[in-house]
Design a protein around this ligand. Structure first.
Ligand code: PBG
Length: 325
């Protein structure tokens, strides 16, 4: 074992240049995916109280944000839709002229090289706000699968590069993969929200996406925060069913899960640094209790260090601007 005084670890911490030479985990804008929320209308930019600097935008404004993301060198964007109308089966979710389908077509026409990912779920489109078809007060797993497959195919047909199911139904990756292949979309990748926990940190997102459940919660579908072995079972099932990338969500409270999944599967791992994690840092920074940019950067670095190849982050653009400056 190296010992003091021949070994002095502070020698390589002396200057910024030395520290950067031996830094093990470097964060790059291309590792980050920016979530964007698209709504109907023109010229719309609607701020949301619990998510500073996050807005609902119409397609024309979305194109400007996406252009900015591309110019900043971000890895891609993740799209969420806010429909004009909601119903029990979330039919705007799979409509050809649904808001996400329109947005994807416009993005691919104007910015073909931008990686466009879409969130595949029912909760933003259903009037009850649950992630599937509700039967007798609970989400019916098998009745939901064809709807998810239909949403995914409609996103792929519009040109999405990656579809990302976030509902946590059993068997949905297989159902989506085979529906995509049958529809001639074998090149569309599937990123599975594989280990998605029933988390309090989704609160601000539900304000932005207008997707809070009108009764009950999501605990019959999303994972119990106490479980880690089960995350591996979720992930292996999804890989077996055809997931190209597996996701852990949230990120900061689940760094151990990210590490275990990376070590045990060696599969591409995404981490979703969720709305509440972002809002928590922003709130403290606004109170003057934290240095916001430094705290954001440290959080993102720790998520990469834990083993995530890509990170979905509301702070992606701010990070890219900071490293450019
Ligand atoms: C919806 C979905 C949620 C998030 C992403 N997709 C919310 C939920 O499951 O309630 C959360 C993202 C965030 O908090 O930033 N299926």
């Amino acid at each position: 074992m190296p010992t003091f005084p021949s070994t002095r670890l502070r020698r390589l911490r002396r200057t910024p240049a030395l520290r950067s030479l031996v830094r093990e985990t470097a964060l790059a804008p291309s590792d980050l995916v920016l979530p964007l929320f698209v709504t109907h209308g023109r010229g719309v930019r609607r701020a949301v109280g619990s998510m500073p600097e996050v807005e609902q935008t119409s397609v024309d404004e979305l194109l400007r944000d996406a252009e900015d993301a591309l110019a900043l060198g971000l890895g891609g964007i993740m799209l969420f839709g806010i429909p004009a109308a909601k119903d029990p089966v979330g039919s705007e979710g799979y409509a050809d002229d649904g808001i996400v389908q329109r947005a994807v077509r416009a993005l691919k026409a104007e910015l073909p090289e931008l990686v466009v990912m879409t969130d595949v779920c029912l909760c933003e489109y259903t009037d009850h706000g649950h992630c599937g078809i509700v039967v007798d007060g609970d989400v019916d797993n098998d009745a939901t699968l064809p709807y998810l497959a239909r949403i995914a195919v409609s996103h792929a047909a519009a040109g999405a590069d990656v579809v990302a199911p976030s509902d946590m139904m059993d068997g949905r990756i297989g159902a989506i993969r085979s529906a995509l292949d049958e529809a001639g979309c074998s090149r569309t990748a599937v990123m599975s929200y594989a280990a998605k926990y029933a988390s309090a940190f989704y609160g601000p997102f539900r304000d932005v996406a207008e997707s809070a459940p009108s009764f009950g919660d999501r605990r019959t579908a999303q994972m119990d925060p106490g479980n880690a072995d089960e995350a591996l079972r979720e992930v292996w099932l999804d890989i077996d069913e055809g997931a190209d990338i597996v996701m852990v969500k949230p990120a900061l409270a689940y760094l151990d899960i990210i590490r275990r999944i990376k070590d045990e599967t060696r599969w591409p791992v995404c981490a979703y640094h969720v709305s509440g994690e972002y809002a928590m840092i922003e709130a403290a920074a606004r109170l003057g209790w934290l240095d916001g940019p430094r705290a954001h950067e440290e959080a993102l670095t720790s998520i990469r260090r834990a083993g995530a190849d890509l990170v979905i982050s509301y702070w992606a653009r701010q990070f890219a601007r900071r490293v450019r400056a």
